[in-house]
Design a protein around this ligand. Structure first.
Ligand SMILES: C[S@@+](CC[C@H](N)C(=O)[O-])C[C@H]1O[C@@H](n2cnc3c(N)ncnc32)[C@H](O)[C@@H]1O
Length: 288
């Protein structure tokens, strides 16, 4: 049985420390219900501490409840209700020219915008996370013309970024992910969007692409992985090629920048919330 933890009047804090604390407590979804913030937990282990009784229940034993911030109350919820509410609450996300919309929504496009249909699933990447938005914005930047370019998405998850690259005119868009569960999801998302983006299960650490084979590389991973992959990024990129590295938690961006080899030059840094993206360029360098 799923449980919901309702915090009256706290909906505005979903993106702040309160929301972060609820995610840390392993909630599955955060919903705004009017002014209330509601965190949904999939399962609660029976047999918890006294005083943890759930409101609104008669039959269930007291449960061991997750450690959540004070000020709220527990409710029993029907699993189907919370999934339905989660879907119903999902809005389209607009990043520059790209609108990412769940399939139950209508997408109202302005001139020059394109829509990508994408429902949340088991793979990361719906456009609702800051890091995905930073990466999408970099790909959709009008100053970066993807037409005719070879694009590699390292850690493709749902496939959104590779699909976006294809939609933005890339000659070839390949997504690689170490997690096999992502492959059918990314391919289904490509089919849904009639995209030519290709996907493979690959551990980038073990199988980086051919030298110079990529014009644009996008990677939404995490800081330490970027540091480890830096030389492989440099080798993969053609001279003048760009890499967009995100998933970098605030405070770690300097370390990632410090790990740039001489063949990669920092172009800019972008921040959204607690997350950074570094845009770098492969310099034409003999022997690199
Ligand atoms: C944060 S998700 C990014 C998903 C999507 N690209 C986005 O931006 O929303 C990171 C993805 O990287 C994948 N990943 C982690 N290590 C990897 C590796 N060594 N090689 C390839 N993919 C990797 C994970 O399986 C996960 O799907």
């Amino acid at each position: 049985m799923a449980r919901a933890y309702r915090l009256p009047g706290r909906a505005a804090e979903a993106e702040g420390a309160l929301g972060a604390a609820l995610w840390d407590a392993s909630c599955e979804a955060l919903l705004e219900d009017g002014d209330d913030l509601v965190a949904v937990f999939a399962e609660v282990v029976p047999g918890g501490a006294p005083g943890d009784e759930l409101t609104g229940e008669r039959d269930d034993a007291p449960a061991a409840l997750p450690a959540v911030p004070p000020g709220g109350r527990w409710e029993a919820v029907d699993e189907r209700d919370h999934v339905a509410a989660y879907f119903a609450g999902l809005d389209a996300v607009t990043v520059g020219r790209v609108v990412v919309a769940p399939t139950h929504r209508q997408a109202l496009l302005q001139a020059g915008q394109t829509v990508l249909w994408l429902d949340p699933g088991m793979a990361f990447g719906t456009g609702h996370h800051e890091t995905t938005r930073l990466a999408l914005a970099a790909l959709a930047d009008p100053d970066l013309d993807l037409r005719g370019k070879r694009v590699l998405d390292v850690g493709s998850g749902s496939g959104l970024l590779a699909i976006a690259a294809d939609r933005l005119g890339a000659a070839d868009a390949l997504g690689v992910d170490v997690d096999p569960i992502t492959l059918p999801i990314a391919r289904a998302n490509a089919d849904l969007n009639r995209s030519r983006a290709r996907f493979e299960v690959t551990d980038f650490a073990l199988a980086p692409p051919a030298p110079g084979g990529v014009d644009v590389l996008v990677a939404n991973l995490f800081a330490e992985l970027h540091e480890a992959f830096m030389d492989a990024y440099a080798r993969a990129l053609a001279p003048g090629g760009r890499a967009f590295l995100t998933g970098i938690l605030a405070g770690k961006e300097d370390a990632v920048e410090a790990a740039l080899p001489s063949s990669l030059r920092l172009v800019r840094r972008e921040r959204e919330g607690e997350w950074w993206l570094l845009a770098v360029e492969r310099v034409a360098e003999s022997g690199a």
